[in-house]
Design a protein around this ligand. Structure first.
Ligand code: ADP
Ligand code: MG
Length: 474
């Protein structure tokens, strides 16, 4: 913007230009991209007299919205850059303004003037604006989505839909438990499309907002407005469809017509839910079969490896310096929602700043005592032991459970049994034997004996075993 203004040599060194450039830069950092484009793309400093800086836009609706939503923020920054000396006003640019016509900024006539919001997921803060339009969280991008076996199908399908809206997977239905990344992926689709197809009208709507807006539309006799809004979009991101209530037949009807209309007009529809469509008792058969004609993919809880990768990414995002053993501890203890993993990091950051102490295992154990979802104590699954040990010895999991007598396979098998006995003391020998494909519980005793002999003989082996044990132990 500063560069753009300076091209206008006639006013480039006027004080309002420099002032506005500084305020503008601050605003740009704090207002989501898509809003910034719409509301500030066309705004220019008109005059600076006394202590008042006047900004102007050609679009009266933009001016009205800025006054209502952004003026306090603009003034706060104006205060900062002028040490409290100026007050900002906004007005509609006079039609005889000498401002040169611009090619480089289309006054993007807001398709619907979105309402600004501050909450995490962009829920409207309650300005009373209706229908609600919700901002995409700019942090929810494909880049920031960590992929793993639990979510790679959902990722690929979402990315495909974002790259070629309405051409590939339509409708796309994503489902999975709470906090596994559905909203993140949906918003990533929206962000990607807004960046790459800026002319497309992307609408993110949680189902319960759709429903309450619909109720409001009926009550205020503004149904045509509501319908027009939902028929005028290119990409509908419909989140948490399970929240459509049981008795809301009318809502289902409206959803069906909306989806049908969009689908027939080749618009992209993405829906999320906590379970597959056929298990949602609130959906009519028509709706379910509509979803089934598209692509349905699930997101599962992330494996330990994926949880670790997510933690690493999130720690970097919040610039948290955290040792690997701590990441591992957190990833092992917190197995459910990814949101809880994030909460753990934020808490660690907070406590380490408070205590002025770098994050280590001891601090972490203290800090995470009362986090939800924490496991009561060390707990590891047979699958995990099998996976980690097989990987360590470079053998296939199936081989460990099979009958091969190849040396390192036998070794891996023995280590598996030995570690299982240590880490899962409540398991019977027979159950351990069975878990690794043996029928006789004495095999476990034999394995244990062999491993103990090896430990006594071979220091390197002892260290390796200790590492494996620690890796699995937290
Ligand atoms: P859902 O909508 O399925 O309940 P969200 O999309 O709100 O879950 O995800 C909860 C939190 O976890 C968000 O902050 C999101 O960024 C994060 N998250 C979920 N999955 C991933 C992932 N694979 N990579 C990075 N962050 C993730
Ligand atoms: Mg969600």
């Amino acid at each position: 913007m500063a560069a753009k203004l300076s091209k206008k040599s006639a006013i480039s060194d006027e004080p309002q230009t420099a002032l506005w450039a500084s305020i503008h830069d601050k605003l740009k950092k704090h207002i989501p991209r898509q809003f910034f484009k719409v509301f500030f793309g066309d705004l220019e400093p008109l005059s600076f007299k006394g202590n008042s800086l006047v900004l102007a836009s050609a679009d009266a609706r933009v001016v009205a919205h800025i006054k209502q939503r952004y003026l306090p923020l603009i003034n706060r920054y104006a205060n900062e850059v002028s040490e409290g000396k100026i007050v900002v006003k906004v007005k509609t640019r006079p039609t005889d303004s000498k401002a040169e016509p611009k090619k480089d900024h289309k006054v993007k006539k807001p398709r619907t003037i979105p309402t600004q919001t501050t909450s995490e997921e962009g829920r409207d803060g309650g300005s009373g604006a209706y229908p609600n339009t919700i901002i995409l969280n700019p942090k929810y991008t494909f880049d920031r989505f960590v992929r793993g076996p639990s979510n790679e199908h959902a990722f690929a399908a979402s990315f495909g839909a974002a790259q070629r809206p309405s051409e590939f997977h339509n409708p796309l239905y994503l489902y999975g438990g709470v906090g596994l990344g559905k909203t993140h992926l949906m918003m990533a689709i929206g962000n990607h499309i807004q960046d790459n197809f800026p002319w497309m009208n992307v609408q993110y709507t949680p189902a319960e907002i759709f429903q309450s807006d619909l109720v409001e539309a009926v009550a205020t006799k503004t149904l045509p407005h509501f319908k027009a809004k939902y028929r005028n979009i290119d990409v509908l991101l419909f989140d948490d469809i399970q929240f459509i209530s049981q008795r809301a037949e009318y809502t289902q009807e409206e959803i069906f017509h909306t989806f049908n209309y969009l689908y027939q007009n080749k618009k992209q529809i993405v829906i999320s839910g906590d379970r597959p469509p056929q298990q949602l008792s609130t959906l009519t058969d028509r709706l379910v079969s509509r979803f089934q004609s598209g692509l349905i993919v699930d997101i599962k809880p992330p494996s330990l490896e994926t949880r670790l990768a997510i933690l690493k990414t999130k720690a970097e995002e919040i610039q948290l310096d955290i040792p690997y053993e701590v990441l591992k501890y957190v990833a092992v203890r917190i197995t459910g929602q990814i949101r809880v993993l994030e909460a753990a990091l934020i808490k660690l950051k907070f406590i380490s700043e408070l205590e002025k102490h770098p994050i280590d295992l001891q601090l972490t154990k203290l800090a995470l005592r009362d986090l939800p979802n924490e496991k009561p104590g060390p707990q590891v699954s047979i699958d995990e032991i099998l996976r980690v040990v097989s990987k360590h010895f470079g053998v296939e999991e199936a081989e460990v459970k099979g009958n091969s007598r190849v040396e390192n396979i036998v070794m891996a098998r023995h280590v598996c049994m030995y570690l299982t006995k240590k880490l899962l003391p409540s398991m019977s020998l027979a159950a351990i034997a069975e878990a690794f494909g043996r029928s006789d519980h004495t095999t476990v005793m034999h394995a244990e004996k062999k491993i103990k002999e090896m430990v006594d003989r071979d220091e390197a082996f002892r260290v390796q075993l200790q590492e494996l044990h620690d890796e699995l132990q937290f």
